[in-house]
Design a protein around this ligand. Sequence first.
Ligand SMILES: Cc1cc2nc3c(=O)[nH]c(=O)nc-3n(C[C@H](O)[C@H](O)[C@H](O)COP(=O)(O)O)c2cc1C
Length: 171
Amino acid sequence: MDTLKAILSRRSIRSFTSEPISPELTESLLRAAMAAPSAGNAQPWHFIVVEDRAILDQIAETHPYAKMAKEAPLAVVVCGDTSLERYKGFWVQDCSAAVENLLLAAHASGLGAVWCGVHPNEAIEPNIRKLFGVPAEAIPLALIVLGHPNETKPPAERFDPSRLHRDHWGQ
Ligand SMILES: Cc1cc2nc3c(=O)[nH]c(=O)nc-3n(C[C@H](O)[C@H](O)[C@H](O)COP(=O)(O)O)c2cc1C
């Protein structure tokens, strides 16, 4: 799929078929995630690949807005590792770039996916940390739930000229 078409037609998919995702496809998604830019090229990320049915079900019980994990074959927990940072404080941006790459790669591969936020939600982050045994130096930023789509959505049109400024804010 053409890159611009993938960007403009990606939507959050929260309903999945029971079809599994092949190991090759999973690896290609992670390859796309790790191709993301990062401050100082520090790549301060870790990815927990979750295919175990019981753990996917636990995600649905632990994260109030990730109930769709109950019927998904795959989830990826994206964690930032502050000990790997070269320029302090940029890990959220680095890991978010990786998340978006993964979402776009999933969509371009015919999969559906949704970004479920974890950090900095104080009611969710500690539970996800505990569920996956994330060590102190790492922070679970997001949970991506994936599968073969069981719903279709039209592209969203969000271009808003009122948010554009020419050469100076307000112009
Ligand atoms: C930081 C972040 C956190 C999000 N958290 C959730 C979530 O917990 N559960 C969920 O179903 N969707 C979540 N979403 C998806 C948004 O609801 C979705 O991207 C937004 O409504 C726009 O819809 P679209 O992705 O279909 O274009 C999150 C998105 C972002 C960027």
